[in-house]
Design a protein around this ligand. Sequence first.
Ligand code: ATP
Length: 227
Amino acid sequence: MRTTHDTTPLVLFGGTFDPVHRAHISAARSVSRVLGDAPVHLLPNAVPPHRPQPLAGGEQRLAMLELACADHPCLIPDDWELKQSGPSYSLLTLQHYREQIGNRPLVFMIGADSFASLHHWHRWQDYADLCHLAVVPRPDSPLATDKVLATFPETAPDSLMRHANGLRLMLQGPFLDVSATAIRQALAEKGDCPALEPAVVAHIHRHHLYNVAKSPSPESDTRPHER
Ligand code: ATP
């Protein structure tokens, strides 16, 4: 863990974003706010190594991210992983950005479900030398392993910002029961989903993504439930 005088964090938020939804956006905004309006780069992966491959292509997922982030200056869609070849290991992205920003705090944000499986990720122990973690709660997520918890000691935002790497921030919210899997299903069945930004729904219809049903059905109500 290294101390730093340049306390402006850079936050990286990797994901499939197939498609980007309101829980992604509100989680990214929360992390940004807690860390003094820090910039958050949202990076769609090209070839996710830990899960089934995305339905929509990289360009489409990036285009939807650009629409969803348009009103939020702290949120920056980033095509770095899409431009790389081979599996999109987060480690490579973290190494790249660590080289770019010197000793500034680098923060890798993930949902609690991803955090719970971090011990299966490629060279996860090396992350602590490169970045902090910011963990966003997600309904019904199991706990991370003791080894993962011990590798990233929990801290508060001000302490995290005084260090370059190696600590963990646990956010208390938002707590949104939303998943892209459920959204893809709702789109195919009903043609709409309130957990998506309207501009993203319009893009999906325009490009006939996710086997979208022709028109939204009036009884569709898959609004995110905040707990
Ligand atoms: P899918 O249902 O296709 O698995 P997803 O909704 O989990 O998709 P991803 O793009 O796979 O979305 O997730 C990117 C990151 O966002 C991951 O770190 C994931 O844990 C986090 N995330 C996704 N949805 C939520 C949510 N509702 N609350 C908190 N974090 C979330």
